[in-house]
Structures are given as structure tokens and as C-alpha cells.
Write a protein that binds this ligand. Structure first.
Ligand SMILES: Cc1cc2nc3c(=O)[nH]c(=O)nc-3n(C[C@H](O)[C@H](O)[C@H](O)COP(=O)(O)OP(=O)(O)OC[C@H]3O[C@@H](n4cnc5c(N)ncnc54)[C@H](O)[C@@H]3O)c2cc1C
Length: 411
């Protein structure tokens, strides 16, 4: 049955990009873009940077101007939660309402993970409202902020809070900031940078629970019984895929939505962005990537492949989704950029390019798996220079050859 409708669930980076790609490719049927937040699609990376720092007002995070959104001729349903998906019939459930569709793209992202058994009153930072709440809390300098978690989000917030004149302590079980994302070698360099800016790092420590002061978190209790107190607490311990609404269905929800290398979870059902786990044909394993660039690229890929499945004569054949993963993070004045696959490296070769100021590190690294370079990292290196490293891992180069690129950068 042709319904003339494609539904996209999740109206953020991946969902909106998918809608644009559908139109660009020539889909002239209806597009229902469904998002549970009340806001028009907005960008998340500035939330922990410019918005929290008070440099940007919320309007500036909008992903598209109003007329660009109108131009897409969407059936845009904001403040609307998808409650279920009838996979064989491609029917999206919105409470009492059911949308029959030719195809569905799921782009529901992830939700901030809470501390098990946590009391109320601690901050998380996933959406615009979260950012504004934390910003209000940090409006006057001299507060004491306790951050649980030393991942990208935790340390970005630490950097902004220090710049705003707050005392900051970061507590995490890892041995270094961003250790899971970039490894211990680069993590140690970042630890030095944060210490140089006055952040207290309590690494290798487990948090046992929140200290609750009449509904407002006033610190955390550590596993050894000691306490870290503050005026505000941010829980930044990662996220969980937003798949609760799909629980009763047949999709593989082991970690996000399991997809093949074309981003298909089932016939006519595709997934994109933070929520999608797909088989990466170059990395040869399932991956789920919680980074902004991937949301855009996968939104486009899922849209194109869905159209190709629906009408190959008109839209061509499906293509495997094989991006070079990329993410960046801004901390103080420096940028961290990562290309490719940095996980489970057999070897990391890190070159410190400039040691003068530990608060403004400059370094580059390559990550080896087997005989090839699969990942590359730069810290404090101008984006143009750092892109040379991308070439070394876009198609994984033999390790020795890739080291040549690193040497050139260091020379
Ligand atoms: C504070 C912050 C800073 C970041 N900084 C960086 C950075 O510096 N670099 C980088 O590479 N990445 C960064 N990221 C990650 C990047 O923003 C994400 O990868 C990107 O937003 C993912 O887009 P998405 O569309 O897949 O998911 P999301 O942006 O999570 O959007 C999913 C949308 O779906 C909605 N939704 C969920 N369930 C339902 C439902 N049942 N019905 C309807 N709607 C639903 C959600 O509310 C949300 O609006 C940052 C993220 C955050 C939170």
C-alpha cells in the first residue's frame, strides 16, 4: 500500500537532515517530522559551550531559519511523543493517533543517564532547557560545582564553569578525562590542562550517591564514604538510547537500534544519529556514534537508502554507510578533534607539539589496530593542519606510512 507519507521520529540534527535529504532527492509525498520537545529543531553542541557561557541566547542554536523550515513543507509535530511503532505495517503510534507510512526513519537520539537511585535536584545537560537551568545556577561567580563524569560533556562544562569564575571539582572512575574517547595518553594531557586552569580532578573515584538538601543536590558521597560538597551538581555520566517507545516491537534494541550497513532496522524502517547502531563496512563491526557530524551524515544516508528501497527505479540503489567518524570538543581556547576509530587501539603514538603552556596543550596522536592506523587525534592544532591526519585514517593507512604524516605535523 502506498500512503504517500514518510515519518521521521526525532526532530533534531539527524531527523531534520533526513527530512531535507528526502526533499532534495525528490520525495514529494508527505513528511511527518515528530519531536517530543516543544522547541523548533536546535543544535546541541553550543549548549555546553556558548549557551552555558552566556555568549549565545537560545535562538542562536536554531538549526534552520523559520523560512527554511517552511520551505520543506513538513507535517511538523513538535511537543509530540511517538509511543509505539507497528513495524510490519510501518505505522507510527502517537498516543491515540496512528500514522500509516511508506517508510519510517527513527532519529530519537539518546537521553542523559541518571545516577542510580539519585535524589532530585542534580543537573543533567542534554537539552536546551537543561542548559538554561544550569546557566541560571552559574549566573553569579564563586559557586562550587561538582561534576560527576569526566567524559567530553563533563570536562567541557568544567572549562566553561572555570571561565565563569566558579570552583569546579570533577569526579570520575576513569584515570584521565575523556579516557574512553581518546585513551590514557591524550587523557593525561587533558588532565594537565584542566589542572592548569584550576579544576580539581578526583579521578579513579566512584560516586555512591547524591547528598540531598531538601530537594537540591548539595554534593556527592564517594564510595569510600567521604563527601564532596558544592552549590550545584552536574551528572554527566553518559546517555542511554531513546528506544523505550519501541520496547514492545521486534527491533534489535541491544544498544540503540540495530541496523545493517544501509542503516535499515527492518524493511522500510531506518535509523540515524545517536540512536542508530549499524554495521560499519570499513571498521567491520557494529558502531553507534554519539557525535554531531554523524547525525548529519547518517540522516542523509538513511533518507537516501529508504527512498532507494521504496523506489529503486526512481531513486537508484542503496549505498552502505561508511563514514570516517569525526568529533570535536572545545575546552578553554583549544579544540580537540578526532577522526576515525580510536577505540580498542593496540598502540597509541602521541606527539606533544608544544610544551610551553600546559593549559593550552598542542598534540597529535595516531591509533593503531592490527597493522593500520584507524584513528587520529589532534589537540590545540588548527583545523586545517589537523585535517592532514584525517587522510591517514580515512582509508586506514599502513601504520608506518601513517606515522610519516604525524612526523610531518610535528616537524
Ligand atoms: C551538551 C552537548 C554538547 C555536545 N557537543 C558536541 C561536540 O562538541 N561535538 C560533537 O561531535 N558532538 C557533540 N554533541 C553530540 C551531538 O549533539 C549529538 O550527536 C547530536 O545531537 C545527535 O543528534 P540526533 O538527532 O541523533 O539526536 P538528538 O539530538 O538527541 O535528538 C533526538 C530528538 O528526538 C526526540 N525524541 C526522543 N524520543 C522521542 C519520541 N519517542 N518521540 C518523539 N521525539 C523523541 C528527543 O527529545 C530529541 O529532540 C553534544 C551533545 C550535547 C548534549
Amino acid at each position: 500500500m502506498t500512503t504517500g507519507r514518510i515519518a521521521i521520529v526525532g526532530a533534531s540534527a539527524a531527523g531534520l537532515t533526513a527530512a531535507e535529504a528526502l526533499r532534495r532527492e525528490g520525495w514529494d509525498g508527505r513528511i511527518s517530522l515528530i519531536g517530543d520537545e516543544p522547541h523548533e529543531p536546535y543544535d546541541r553542541p553550543p549548549l555546553s559551550k556558548q549557551v552555558l557561557a552566556g555568549k549565545w541566547e537560545p535562538e542562536r542554536t536554531g538549526l534552520r531559519a523559520a523560512d527554511a523550515l517552511t520551505g520543506l513543507d513538513l507535517d511538523l509535530r513538535l511537543g509530540t511523543t511517538a509511543t509505539g511503532l507497528d513495524v510490519p505495517n510501518r505505522r507510527v503510534l502517537l498516543g491515540e493517533e496512528a500514522l500509516d507510512c511508506d517508510g519510517v526513519i527513527i532519529a530519537t537520539g539518546v537521553a542523559a543517564r541518571a545516577l542510580p537511585g539519585a535524589a532530585h535536584g542534580a543537573h543533567v545537560l542534554r537539552g536546551l532547557d537543561d542548559a538554561l537551568a544550569l546557566r541560571a545556577r552559574l549566573a553569579n561567580p564563586g559557586r562550587r560545582l561538582v561534576i560527576v563524569g569526566a567524559g567530553v560533556l563533563g570536562v567541557e562544562v568544567a572549562a566553561v564553569a572555570r571561565e565563569l569564575g566558579h570552583e569546579v571539582v570533577v569526579v570520575a572512575p576513569e584515570a584521565a578525562p575523556m579516557e574512553r574517547a581518546v585513551g590514557i595518553e591524550a587523557g593525561d594531557l587533558l588532565a594537565e590542562a584542566h589542572r592548569a586552569h584550576g579544576v580539581r580532578l578526583r579521578l579513579g573515584e566512584l560516586v555512591d550517591g547524591l547528598l540531598d538538601d531538601g530537594g537540591r543536590a548539595r554534593g556527592v558521597r564517594l564510595a569510600d564514604g567521604s563527601e564532596l560538597t558544592g552549590d550545584a551538581v552536574l551528572i554527566a555520566i553518559g546517555c542511554t538510547p531513546a528506544v523505550q517507545w519501541l520496547r514492545d516491537g521486534p527491533l534489535d534494541l541491544a544498544d540503540g537500534i540495530g541496523c545493517d550497513s544501509y542503516c535499515a532496522a527492518a524493511p522500510g524502517i531506518y535509523a540515524a544519529g545517536d540512536v542508530a547502531r549499524w554495521h560499519h563496512p570499513v571498521l567491520r563491526r557494529p558502531v553507534r556514534i554519539e557525535h554531531r557530524m554523524n547525525a548529519t551524515e547518517q540522516g542523509m544516508a538513511a533518507a537516501r537508502n529508504l527512498l532507494a528501497e521504496l523506489d529503486p527505479e526512481r531513486f537508484g540503489t542503496r549505498r552502505e554507510f561508511a563514514p570516517v567518524p569525526y568529533f570535536w570538543s572545545d575546552q578553554y581556547g583549544f579544540k580537540v578533534q578526532a577522526y576515525g576509530d580510536l577505540a580498542d587501539a593496540d598502540q597509541v603514538q602521541l606527539r606533544v607539539l608544544d610544551k610551553t603552556d600546559p593549559g593550552a596543550p598542542k598534540a597529535a596522536a595516531l591509533y593503531r589496530r592490527g597493522d593500520s592506523a584507524f584513528g587520529a587525534l589532534s589537540i590545540g592544532v588548527p583545523p586545517k593542519q589537523a585535517r592532514a591526519l584525517r587522510g591517514a585514517v580515512a582509508t586506514p593507512q599502513p601504520w608506518e606510512q601513517a606515522l610519516g604524516v604525524l612526523d610531518e605535523l610535528a616537524s
